[in-house]
Ligand binder design. Structure first.
Ligand code: CA
Length: 428
């Protein structure tokens, strides 16, 4: 494996890959494109080139892989492809690396195919990659949970008693998860202003983002049969960047006692390319030490965290981009394996295409806080931006951009970006 990895890292593609691209030959993420006058279909990306996988399937490039039914390569969502299982999706990725490798002429010689299957990024619409059946949002960053606890409860007991014993999460809503480039309307809702006895109905004044990463499962378990933690990696297909937009004032009034609801489900935005766990393998690192020791069903040795650099930018109407946060997935206290083992320990069944967000990923330093709630400390400390403007929360027509990439030994594997603009609330 190590040797393979080393060789693969040195591989170059005959497709041009710009310096510092998130999508070298070794990435091969999966997404869905909608070319003009064609049905949506699976695709991958190398550098700034997007490749239509259904066209490659038409030409028989996957025939040798023993996949009986190739309909997954023609589906408008990746669920069928992901559900083939790693037994097939890993060889498909390896086959694509082979086809795109410098010196390989199988595909290069098919000039007609290059005309119909290759697109320049930006010239073809990229859609939501999966039909998300169920969506769960965790709360796995100890720094984020502690910051929120300090702000809203007791600075001395920032973490609730359960926090270090289980990965806290809630069931979110999948219908409002949209792909990068989709703009989100500022929500209205019930807000309890401190000076008034009764709530008012108005547009949120505390619109925030949450910097998260999400994983997508590729395999189902039977209802009633937990996934042992040692098996969880087999169920995780890949990851995307996840911007979990949040209305803090709506959230604060509604969340007791059943948790987040309308303060969270008005829109979450994801990056369009699912980066596989195989592509992220070189960036595994050990997670933080967990004290007190967790229950046996949550114990897993080895490198179960990932070193993925994250950043958040705000672009106000003046068009000036401001990087307001640099964080990293390595700060997460609870690993994806632990999240999935916990999620299913009661027998809950999961399915291909389900999505699980990490929770806001904050580090120790203020510069790594993954939400404006934390950066502005509940709205008390405005964040200065270029052009003489500042923010405590997101304003109308602000654009939020999140980026993520891992880098090691000259190999950079990235997710591209997730971008969304906040539109003014509807009038009625
Ligand atoms: Ca969240």
């Amino acid at each position: 494996m190590a040797n393979n990895l080393k060789n693969i890292n040195q591989g170059k593609s005959w497709i041009e890959v710009p310096e510092n691209s998130d999508f070298p030959l070794q990435n091969i993420p999966f997404g869905i494109i909608a070319p003009e006058n064609k049905t949506p279909r699976p695709a991958t990306r190398v550098g700034d080139t997007i490749i239509d996988l259904s066209e490659l399937a038409d030409f028989g490039f996957f025939d040798q892989l023993g996949i009986d039914d190739l309909t997954a390569f023609y589906s408008p969502v990746l669920n069928d492809f992901i559900a083939l299982g790693k037994k097939y999706t890993v060889p498909v990725r390896e086959r694509l690396i082979e086809l795109f490798s410098e010196g390989n002429t199988e595909l290069q010689n098919q000039k007609d195919l290059l005309e119909t299957a290759f697109y320049t990024a930006g010239s073809v619409e990229v859609l939501l990659p999966v039909d998300i059946g169920d969506y769960t949002d965790f709360y796995s960053s100890i720094e984020h949970a502690a910051n929120v606890g300090k702000m809203f409860r007791d600075p001395e007991n920032a973490l609730l008693p359960n926090w270090k014993h289980l990965p806290v999460g809630y069931h979110g809503r999948s219908s409002s998860i949209v792909v990068s480039g989709t703009n989100i309307v500022r929500p209205k809702g019930q807000i309890k202003l401190p000076e008034q006895e009764n709530p008012v109905f108005e547009a949120t004044q505390k619109l925030d983002y949450e910097l998260e990463m999400a994983f997508i499962t590729g395999k189902e378990n039977t209802l009633g049969q937990p996934i042992p933690i040692e098996e969880t990696s087999k169920y995780i297909f890949g990851m995307v960047i996840f911007n979990d937009l949040s209305a803090r004032d709506i959230q604060k009034w509604e969340y007791v006692p059943l948790g987040p609801f309308l303060g969270k489900n008005f829109g979450s935005v994801i990056s369009p390319w699912i980066v596989t766990m195989e592509a992220l393998e070189p960036f595994r690192i050990a997670g933080p030490e967990q004290k007190p020791e967790v229950l046996p069903y949550l114990r897993l040795s080895g490198k179960n965290n990932f070193d993925i650099k994250l950043q958040v930018s705000i672009i106000p109407e003046n068009g000036l981009e401001n990087i307001v946060c640099r964080s990293n997935t390595k700060y997460l206290y609870w690993s994806m394996n632990q999240q999935l083992a916990h999620h299913t320990v009661n027998g809950c069944n999961i399915r291909p295409g389900d999505m699980y967000a990490s929770g806001t990923i904050s580090g120790k330093d203020e510069s790594s806080f993954g939400s404006l709630l934390e950066l502005s400390w509940g709205g008390k400390k405005p964040v200065s931006l270029k052009g003489g403007v500042s923010r405590t929360f997101i304003e109308d027509n602000d654009t939020i951009v999140m980026r993520a990439h891992a880098e090691k030994y000259g190999l950079r594997i990235g997710f591209g970006e997730v971008k969304t603009k906040i539109l003014p609330a509807v009038k009625y």
